[in-house]
Design a binder for this molecule. Structure first.
Ligand SMILES: Cc1cc2nc3c(=O)[nH]c(=O)nc-3n(C[C@H](O)[C@H](O)[C@H](O)COP(=O)(O)OP(=O)(O)OC[C@H]3O[C@@H](n4cnc5c(N)ncnc54)[C@H](O)[C@@H]3O)c2cc1C
Length: 425
């Protein structure tokens, strides 16, 4: 991989019709995740496209010229002009390929794609999902000298990465920003000797054969699989929700509350997440309306008391959302009075939806025992109904879904897995 300085960039642009530039930093986990993908694509496309990388902090002028604010950031150039997407954060191989392909004629793309050779990677335990449950298991497994590989379509950390503050995870006196706790967990997992393949595409999961296809060409073959894919926010499935997701409707306060400084916000839901997150959003917003379908909030007492004491928070009890649409720069929320059936409209700047979670099992089609809500059933050592397949964390059927309980499940599963593997020799 050719490393260049900003002074050499113009010359490279003149010399090469097609060029991709990676702004990287040191001590940057997403850069580490990108490096092997970038290297392998350089081998594949290197005859047609010049691959270069540049240390962002040492070449700030050029980075600023292109508005590059984070590492890694990939920029694509054709005939000296910036083109395609600006890719940053957890960059997927398929997104890089789409942008590289766009630089080349279709027949050449076909040629290059035909050279992609499928590869197989073997591991003892494949951990599907690098959240706290998966990482805790991986730490124990790796420390017990079990070959452990974690795969995740995102960067490590799971829901913790997008949690504003975590104040109930033992070991930290002060509340920790979620992304820092996630970072510590990932670094500890790496230090223990586990391997990560993150920001990958999960194409196929075969729990019976214990094979997982990632990025369209790499099959990971394992002796055992641990499912720790966690849970995701539930959608309301009402009119306009899908269309306005990310354009006024958010499911993550940590990610989006900052955009509502001095603005009005509607929060849908009245449980723990809705009420706790309203407290965080209140740091930014000028007014919050909580829309709750029940006659009371169902969050814990302390959170409720804080919400009642916050003059910015109003609560609309026994109303349900029926639809969302935009009017100019305002968001309109259609809500229905559950007593009278009458509808009215709330005018606001943004909406946060916190109405519960669902297990992340879309890619798992093998028949595995689940509870009525779709969460995986496990025994007291985290074994599922499929031999050699374990599950931990928010994806399993259980009463309390917290970081500590996910980590506890991971610990239990890892010890049972280690024993099972050594019994099999
Ligand atoms: C807003 C919010 C605030 C919270 N605050 C707290 C708190 O203060 N304290 C606390 O203890 N808990 C808190 N929680 C709950 C806590 O974050 C979860 O209980 C915990 O993260 C569960 O860990 P997990 O490893 O089971 O799953 P997750 O954290 O959900 O991680 C699952 C991982 O699996 C990956 N994945 C998904 N699908 C696949 C697939 N097909 N293949 C491979 N990987 C996949 C995901 O990308 C993710 O990285 C909060 C949750 C939310 C949403």
């Amino acid at each position: 991989m050719k490393e260049i300085k900003q002074e050499e960039f113009e010359k490279e642009l003149q010399l090469h019709e097609n060029l991709v530039l990676d702004f990287y930093s040191t001590e940057c986990p997403p850069c580490e995740a990108l490096a092997p993908k970038f290297e392998s694509l350089a081998e594949l496309y290197g005859g047609d496209i010049q691959f270069v990388k540049m240390f962002r902090q040492g070449n700030r002028e050029l980075a600023n010229k292109f508005g590059v604010m984070s590492s890694p950031t990939l920029l694509f150039f054709k005939n000296g002009e910036l083109t395609g997407d600006t890719l940053s954060g957890g960059v997927r191989r398929s997104d890089i390929m789409r942008n590289l392909d766009a630089l080349l004629p279709a027949d050449r793309v076909k040629d290059i794609h035909s050279q992609i050779k499928p590869i197989t990677t073997d591991t003892e335990v494949l951990v599907l999902g690098a959240g706290p449950g998966g990482m805790a298991a991986a730490i124990y497994l790796a420390q017990a000298k079990v070959d452990t590989l974690l795969v995740d379509p995102m960067l490590p950390g799971g829901q913790v990465s997008t949690t504003h503050q975590v104040s109930n995870y033992p070991g930290f006196i002060e509340p920790q920003p979620g992304y820092m706790l996630a970072h510590y967990m990932a670094e500890q997992t790496k230090a223990a000797g586990a391997t990560f393949k993150v920001a990958v595409e999960i194409n196929k999961v075969d729990l019976i054969k214990k094979e997982v296809l990632i990025d369209g060409y790499e099959t990971i073959r394992a002796k055992k699989i641990l499912i720790s894919t966690g849970a995701s926010p539930r959608y309301l499935n009402v009119e306009g929700e899908k269309e306005l997701h990310g354009k006024g409707i958010s499911y993550c306060a940590t990610c989006d509350a900052k955009y509502f400084h001095d603005k009005e916000v509607v929060i849908i839901g009245g449980g723990n997440t809705a009420v706790e997150e309203s407290e965080f959003i209140s740091k930014f917003a000028s007014k919050i309306t909580i829309v709750q379908q029940l006659p009371t909030l169902t969050a814990n007492k302390t959170a409720q008391e804080r919400a009642f004491a916050d003059p910015k928070i109003n609560i609309l009890y026994e109303y349900e959302p029926r639809g969302f649409y935009r009017q100019g720069d305002k968001m309109m929320v259609k809500v229905e009075d559950l007593h009278t059936g009458k509808q009215k409209e709330l005018v606001t700047d943004g909406v946060f939806v916190f109405v519960g979670m669902k297990p992340n099992l879309d890619q798992i089609s093998d028949p595995i025992d689940k509870d009525d809500w779709g969460y995986i059933k496990v025994d007291d050592e985290m074994r599922t109904s499929i031999p050699g397949v374990y599950a931990v964390g928010d994806v399993i059927s259980k009463k309390v879904r917290q970081i500590t309980t996910a980590v506890g499940d991971g610990t239990i599963a890892s010890i049972a897995l280690t024993k099972e593997l050594s019994a099999e020799g």
